[in-house]
Design a protein around this ligand. Structure first.
Ligand code: NAP
Length: 283
């Protein structure tokens, strides 16, 4: 039976650090604050916003919401971004995406000051992930994967790591972060040949394909650490990952469950970025 790598344990450890740092900042007269920009009334955006706001509240981080109508113009949205850029009391900004189609998302994302880019939406932040320079912040989800590896004392040095998925939000930055941790990294995608044998070679597998159960027992072997980033709704209507948990769990050494794995860590990573952005204003 595999060891379960539980998001709640990692989250608890991150939250402790955030609370301590927040208290220190407040004593110095700085109230860490997240600005949330939401356009329209998409239910999944509202649900993510509520989760982030609740986590902020629990950890002593303030939240200021900018709620805009679905038909907001590009100019109006850019002026809100300009306002948060100039507002010294807002340290980090979460803008819920994707934006409605009439808006030029790339232009709007890159209008944010990368010092406040706690969700890695600017090219500046992404360049930081690839160059190792302290520009902006890395994306929260792959960082949550690294936090899980760190918390459970999984050393990546010299290990073979496979990332399934090459999106800019998860797969590619996860590969860079594993490289930073001295793993030897292979990235798989839909054109990869004989993926089961490639994945079986890995000591550490991070799966971010967005396909329920795409990784089953035929891809796995004993001794592997499996981090499942996927969030899907299975045929039974329940949440499930990209890894077939029932088939994987008896084989591998350790695995993150879905729900209860990476997803729960991601929000705390986001709030941690807000606090770090506030700390950077003291430098
Ligand atoms: P995405 O943009 O759709 O990218 C999926 C990637 O997986 C693509 O690179 C695709 O390859 C690859 N892929 C898809 N099916 C594959 C297959 N059968 N074999 C090999 N590679 C395959 O998805 P994403 O935004 O990275 O998200 C991935 C998953 O993570 C989703 O389930 C999403 O809901 C979840 N997610 C979770 C969190 C969290 O906090 N836990 C946050 C963000 C996303 P090609 O490039 O060749 O098409």
């Amino acid at each position: 039976m595999a060891k379960q790598l539980l998001g709640k344990e990692v989250t608890a450890a991150i939250n402790e650090k955030i609370k301590r740092k927040t208290e220190e900042l407040v004593q110095k007269g700085i109230q860490p604050t997240l600005g949330i920009i939401r356009v329209g009334e998409n239910p999944s955006d509202i649900s993510y916003e509520k989760g982030a706001a609740k986590r902020c509240e629990t950890l002593g981080v303030a939240c200021k919401k900018y709620l805009l109508p679905e038909n907001v113009s590009q100019e109006e949205l850019l002026s809100v971004i300009d306002e948060v850029n100039r507002n010294d009391e807002i340290h980090g900004v979460l803008m819920l995406r994707p934006l409605p189609k009439h808006l030029d998302q790339a232009v709007i994302e890159n209008a944010l000051d990368s010092r406040k880019d706690v969700d890695c939406m600017t090219d500046g932040s992404m360049s930081g992930v690839f160059t190792g320079k302290p520009i902006g912040f890395p994306p929260c989800t792959p960082q949550a994967c690294m936090e899980i590896l760190d918390y459970y004392g999984i050393d990546c040095t010299g290990k073979k790591a496979v990332v399934v998925g090459r999106s800019l939000v998860v797969g590619k930055p996860a590969a860079m972060m594993l490289l930073q941790k001295n793993a030897t990294v292979t990235v798989c995608h839909t054109r990869t040949k004989d993926m089961p044998s490639v994945v079986r070679e890995a000591d550490i597998v991070i799966v971010a394909a967005g396909r329920a159960g795409v990784i089953d027992d035929t891809y796995l072997r004993p001794g592997q650490i499996v981090i499942d980033v996927g969030i899907n709704v299975g045929e039974d209507g329940k949440l499930c990952g990209d890894v077939d948990y029932t088939k994987a769990e008896p084989i591998v050494e350790a695995i993150t469950p879905v729900p209860g794995g990476v997803g729960s860590v991601t929000t705390s990573v986001l709030v941690g970025h807000v606090v770090e952005a506030a700390e950077r204003t003291l430098l």
